[in-house]
Design a protein around this ligand. Structure first.
Ligand code: 4SX
Ligand code: FE2
Ligand code: CA
Length: 334
């Protein structure tokens, strides 16, 4: 249940990543994935998918270290920005108001916080519109990215992450649980898809991946073929495959800085008010790949550091999961 005073979150809206080489990042995200460049200068790239009408869903900015600068959620009304400010202040968290023009380009009045899980998160309502590109087939290329779908974050305390997002009014579509219903992972949403955010157990706060949607499974396969053809197959980390959780068709890639992106398509509608959580047992080998293919270790272990509100990398707390968890499979690894 939504906590009193919590802001009304619409959806996961954009991620801002620090990258060490903007030209290399441009090759990966624009040339290979097909993101549309909405704005660029010497220090930043503002990107969106073809279905998005808002100014950007991904900001890449030049930085000394590869890291997550912040995640951003859009809220329902301008008053929800004020609500977010008060909500996180009352939780005793670091909070900073970011007036229009001082934060990300195109974004209006916003608030940035370090949330209880240690993540830098922005809440905004107002954002500039982009030209409609939905039927600009002539502009499509590479993976033909349509929109941002979700964030996946690493945190050592999955029940705490679940509670925090439940307080923000998020529903839970699916979980991975142990035999005693210990929570190993959860997928939570505001928009009517499987998720806006999911949690991977492990040292945190770290960004596991950004999930971006393409329309059809053949776009996912084509993306893998493109990297193979150019002998850039080192960027392919996991897949293509079919997830158990979410039923999506997927491919995980690593960008030139090691930031992980998931090309994701064909999950399902979760908007009914009585939508029930679907629970996977951690011993079910179909949970993460429906065909039972093993998940490569780097996928469980590697993730990006996150910055604080001043742009300094934050310390990472190790996993709370104990040794016994390792025996049930990779979901128990730190
Ligand atoms: O690997 S999982 O099948 O658990 C999975 C991972 C399902 C959906 C996702 O978006 C994801 O990143
Ligand atoms: Fe994902
Ligand atoms: Ca590989």
């Amino acid at each position: 249940m939504t906590a009193p005073g919590a802001p009304d979150v619409v959806r996961s809206a954009y991620a801002q990543l620090a990258v060490t080489d903007l030209a290399k990042a441009r090759w990966f995200w624009v040339d290979m994935l097909g993101f549309h460049v909405q704005y660029e200068d010497a220090d930043s790239l503002y990107l969106r998918g073809t279905d998005e009408l808002t100014h950007h869903s991904l900001v890449l900015r030049r930085g000394e270290v590869a890291a997550l600068d912040h995640l951003a959620y859009r809220v329902r009304t301008p008053e929800d920005v004020d609500r977010a400010e008060k909500y996180f202040r009352d939780l005793g968290r670091p909070v900073r108001r970011v007036p229009a023009g001082q934060g990300a380009r195109g974004v209006g009045d916003a608030v940035r916080v370090i949330d209880p899980l240690g993540f830098p998160v922005e809440f905004f309502h107002t954002i500039e519109r982009g030209e409609r590109l939905i039927q600009r087939y002539d502009l499509r290329r590479g993976a033909e990215i349509a929109r941002l779908d979700h964030f996946n974050i690493c945190t050592p305390d999955i029940p705490a992450a679940y509670a925090h997002y439940q307080n923000l009014g998020f529903g839970c579509s699916e979980t991975i649980e142990g035999d005693e219903h210990e929570l190993y992972a959860a997928w939570m949403y505001r928009k009517q898809t499987v998720h806006d955010v999911a949690f991977t157990g492990g040292a945190g706060p770290r960004l596991h991946h950004v999930g971006v949607a393409t329309h059809e499974s053949h776009h996912v396969l084509r993306t893998a073929d493109l990297f193979g053809s150019l002998h850039e197959e080192k960027h392919i980390e996991r897949g293509p495959g079919r997830h158990g959780v979410s039923n999506a068709f997927y491919l995980y890639l690593r960008d030139p800085d090691g930031h992980r992106v998931e090309i994701y398509t064909s999950d399902y509608y979760t908007g009914d008010p009585d939508h029930e959580t679907y629970r996977w047992n951690v011993h079910d080998d179909r949970r993460r790949d429906f065909w039972g293919n093993a998940v490569i270790e780097s996928w469980y272990k590697e993730a990006a550091p996150v910055l604080d509100l001043d742009g300094t990398p934050q310390p990472v707390t190790d996993t709370l999961l104990d040794e016994s968890a390792v025996t049930v499979g990779a979901d128990g690894l730190g």
